[in-house]
Design a protein around this ligand. Structure first.
Ligand SMILES: [Zn+2]
Length: 65
C-alpha cells in the first residue's frame, strides 16, 4: 500500500512537503474505468493541491488551474 506522501509525489512528479490521508475518490478513471484515489497535499508552504491518481494506470490530475 502506497503512503499518502508517496502517492502525492507520484501525482506531482516531484517531492512534496506534506500530504493528508488517502481517500477513495467518488469517480472512475477516464482512461481505464479503474478506481481513483484522492489525496490533498502541499507541494510548497503556500500551496495546497488536491490530486487524484488511478490505481490501475498512469492517469492522474490535480485541481490546480
Ligand atoms: Zn486508469
Amino acid at each position: 500500500m502506497v503512503t499518502a506522501k508517496k502517492l502525492a509525489e507520484l501525482i506531482e512528479d516531484d517531492s512534496v512537503m506534506d500530504a493528508e490521508a488517502i481517500e477513495e475518490a467518488d469517480r472512475e478513471c477516464p482512461d481505464c474505468g479503474g478506481d481513483v484515489l484522492e489525496v490533498g497535499y502541499m507541494p510548497s508552504v503556500t500551496e495546497f493541491v488536491t490530486g487524484r491518481k488511478c490505481q490501475d494506470c498512469d492517469w492522474s490530475e490535480t485541481d490546480r488551474d
